[in-house]
Design a binder for this molecule. Sequence first.
Ligand SMILES: Nc1ncnc2c1ncn2[C@@H]1O[C@H](COP(=O)(O)OP(=O)(O)OP(=O)(O)O)[C@@H](O)[C@H]1O
Ligand SMILES: [Mg+2]
Length: 270
Amino acid sequence: MLNQVKPIEAYFIEDEPYYLSSGREIDIFTQAYRNHLPVLLKGPTGCGKTRFMEYMAWRLKRPLLTVACHDDLTSGDLVGRYLIQENETVWMDGPLARAVKTGGLCYLDEIVEARKDTTVVIHPLTDDRRILPMEKKGEILRADPEFMLILSFNPGYQSIMKDLKPSTRQRFVSLEFDYPEEAGETAIVTREAGVDEETARRLVHLGHMTRNLKEKGLDEGGSTRLLINAGKLIQSGIPPRDACLSAIAYTLSDDVEMQRSMDEMISSLF
Ligand SMILES: Nc1ncnc2c1ncn2[C@@H]1O[C@H](COP(=O)(O)OP(=O)(O)OP(=O)(O)O)[C@@H](O)[C@H]1O
Ligand SMILES: [Mg+2]
């Protein structure tokens, strides 16, 4: 399967993704792109960072190459590697190299999860040089003028934050994301889950209540994504309380007390 490479055309987004803006992020991102500045997207899980990237890729008409980072991710996964194919050694570009060559947007999702050698690779791409050293191949790639690097991370996971060195970090323009304000989030849940506005309003209210539990023992409050998931179950005929318990309460916590508190919140709303 490794040798099946999707053509770059497959990475263009044809239909406009639904994205509700909540500030200046579209303008700032567009100007960062025009000025060849890399961008850092910060924000909690499920708040719209990926959707924003899809929207911007569509708007700028550039291919979007997303890499979900994890703790085994190496520079080879990004840059490329030699593979054996039918007894021959062939070089296979990684997603970062492809984006550099084709003028794509390379989105490294949860970069701080990746191993340190990956940040070493992106370093020379983030300043005026805009080059990608391909050590294993003994080549240096100069980035296409349209190439852009975007990183995301969730600042809630403080312990791994220190992995992003200040010297890397200070090359980026940063955009802070958070859950949309009430009216916006209600509109998003209505549209994405297909529920009526009143149901969406209650789900958003529940979302706020769980977010208030964050200081009281819950790691993360319910994200926009979870509210949409609950809405989808409701829309499919699951009674609202069961939908919210499964999509929100049990997903957020394994602690019986915490689940009970959330059940009370759910019952007060539905
Ligand atoms: N501003 C928004 N406009 C439209 N949809 C949104 C917006 N914010 C969130 N959503 C909805 O919430 C879902 C989750 O958002 P998304 O996947 O972009 O989160 P994320 O910030 O990338 O999360 P993670 O950090 O877990 O990857 C999206 O699929 C979309 O349905
Ligand atoms: Mg995402």
